[in-house]
Design a protein around this ligand. Structure first.
Ligand code: ZN
Length: 314
């Protein structure tokens, strides 16, 4: 291997999604290839096998894995909190197990923080410094915050859990945290379906059925989606009052379906603080469903494995 070849890093990011395993291979700072496969529902062992197989196919120098739930970034162990995947994940040493199997340096991080990092470095927030991120997924709502061009991260990787900020005190039970009235009870795909079912005479199969109904003029669907948009806007507006914010990026695997129905409501709420020095831009995520995989790959590019965006751009 000559000297130049040795400098070219192949970074693989994998999002362990509830329904899909999505991966992105980053070479020389840009996306070389990406893809997805169905997540095996059979549980932990099969999912670990699938991640291992996908990694071996791409022989990366480093692997980053985005995980839908609590984990410890320092120890690489999955936390005790909600994990939407099937299996005994709590306390599982995921990072070390994967590193052993794939034979390259491996990091794990929360999927929403990975989403934020991907959008910050290569997506909608590229070049910005202070940005709020909201990730709308079928099973939950995640978030992240970039300050001075860097996604803020804590060892337990909970910094940015904006899906569990309260929108309605005493509101619907939140399966994700056990609280009530969280943003997640308004704006995850499952929450949108649940809210629609409670008010309509028919039962949609999923969030896409709700957006299709809205497109066909179903006023309940339009109202439910607008309420979800208001909830996202309320949280973003509150956060922007406390944290310097140039823009709010909204994405996630249901965003392309729901955002067109939520965008006006989000903008109305964002504009509701006339005393603010300025109103943050609302930007749709630009990496589509690949944000977490891209962000996970970019995270392992750095020797410290921290989520610094600026250095990658330098
Ligand atoms: Zn919650």
């Amino acid at each position: 291997m000559d000297k130049r070849e040795a400098l070219v890093e192949r970074l693989l990011g994998i999002e362990m999604g509830v329904d899909e395993l999505r991966w992105a291979l980053i070479v020389e700072g840009s996306i070389e290839t990406k893809g997805s496969s169905r997540t095996p529902r059979a549980g932990l062992v099969h999912l670990i096998d699938a991640v291992t197989r996908t990694t071996r196919e791409h022989s990366p120098d480093r692997l980053g894995v985005a995980v839908p739930g609590d984990l410890n970034r320092t120890t690489g162990v999955v936390g005790m909190g909600s994990m939407n995947l099937v299996g005994p994940w709590a306390g599982y040493p995921l990072r070390d197990e994967l590193a052993y199997r794939v034979g390259c340096p491996t990091e794990i991080l929360n999927d929403a923080r990975a989403f934020g990092h991907g959008e910050l470095v290569l997506g909608a927030a590229k070049g910005l410094e202070n940005v709020l991120f909201i990730m709308l997924h079928r099973g939950g709502v995640g978030g992240a915050y970039a300050f001075e061009g860097r996604i803020l991260a804590s060892a337990d990787d909970r910094l940015g859990e904006f899906g569990h900020l309260t929108v309605e005190p005493g509101g619907a039970h939140c399966p994700g945290c056990g609280g009530r009235g969280c943003l997640e009870t308004f704006a995850s795909g499952q929450a949108i379906v649940r809210r629609f079912r409670a008010r309509s005479s028919w039962s949609p199969s999923g969030v896409t059925a709700v957006t299709e109904a809205a497109a066909d003029g179903d006023q309940v669907a339009v109202a439910v989606l607008a309420e979800s948009g208001h909830a996202v806007g309320i949280v973003l507006n509150s956060l922007a009052a406390a944290f310097p914010t140039q823009a709010a990026v909204v994405g996630g695997d249901i965003a392309s379906a729901v955002l067109p129905w939520m965008e006006d409501a989000i903008r109305i709420r964002l504009a509701e603080r006339p005393g603010s020095t300025f109103e943050p831009d609302l930007l749709p995520a630009s990496l589509g469903v690949w944000g977490p995989a891209v962000g996970a790959a970019l995270t392992v590019a750095l020797p410290s494995s921290s989520t610094r965006g600026k250095e990658r751009e330098a």
